[in-house]
Design a protein around this ligand. Structure first.
Ligand code: G3P
Ligand code: MG
Length: 247
């Protein structure tokens, strides 16, 4: 089994910042996470066609902004003027969709670790990966406070080829039969999966191979009581405050 240095040093990670406390994937959400005392946040990075990396989860704009249409077809200038906060609660009116650079600056200023999830449209891989890596190279300082994750194995393979020292997290919903080969191929740091689809045998196998095991998205500590016993290293949650005793 691979022995890996523990860069996580923490059992709780805020999801999309802290998606239950503030509008997801905004700077307000990252700050809300930091206020809970959590040491790491997960956010989603998305490439739009005309260039520009934004922190956003959905393929369309409606749910989380006052705009409409396909996210990737949005003009970057228009994206920067959308309101990404009012949908969540009136006091967040005026929050914008952050650029990757804005999010990196905010997260580092708060002293947090970052799990940067590369969104997984296969057509994007050759465009999004080099752009993300170039931005990280210029704007992110501490490689030991950075995990790059994706459901898209090809995206992670490309990260590994271009920048092999990065810590990589292979994301799954249910863990597939070929997980071991995939993790080996990218010298993964962690396997990140849906807690509700994980079995005890899978958890133990992942841990036996020396990987960190992260589970999303649990918002009630009681849903993951067994998972800690199975070896889960960290939980990814919309509400880090309910996991305060684990932080
Ligand atoms: O990284 C865990 C989680 O964020 C993966 O799913 O859809 O919330 O980005 P999603
Ligand atoms: Mg995500």
């Amino acid at each position: 089994p691979a022995v890996r240095k523990d860069i996580l040093k923490s059992k709780v990670m805020g999801h999309r910042g802290a998606a239950l406390l503030a509008p997801e994937n905004t700077l307000a959400s990252i700050k809300a996470a930091a206020e809970t005392g959590v040491k790491w946040v997960e956010i989603d990075v998305y490439l739009i066609d005309k260039g520009g990396l934004i922190i956003f989860h959905d393929d369309t704009l409606e749910r989380c902004t006052n705009g409409a249409g396909v996210t990737r077809e949005t003009d970057p200038l228009v994206a920067s003027t959308l309101d990404a906060g009012a949908w969540f609660a009136p006091e967040f009116k005026g929050e914008s969709i952050p650029t990757l650079i804005e999010a990196l600056d905010c997260i580092q200023a708060l002293g947090l670790g970052l799990n940067l999830e590369i969104k997984h449209d296969t057509a994007d891989v050759e465009n999004i990966v080099p752009t993300v890596l170039d931005t990280l190279k210029e704007y992110w300082v501490d490689n030991e406070k950075l995990l790059i994750s994706s459901f898209n194995h090809d995206a992670l393979k490309m990260v590994f080829e271009l920048d092999p020292q990065r810590h990589l997290g292979q994301l799954y919903e249910a863990i597939p039969a070929n997980w071991q080969a995939q993790l080996e191929q990218i010298h993964a740091y962690s396997l990140n999966c849906d807690y509700s689809l994980l079995t005890q045998a899978q958890a133990q196998a992942v841990k036996a191979e020396g990987y960190k095991l992260l589970c999303y998205t649990a918002n009630d500590p009681e849903t993951v009581t067994e998972h800690w016993e199975w070896g889960m290293d960290a939980v990814i949650t919309d509400n880090p405050s309910v996991f305060a005793s684990f932080i």
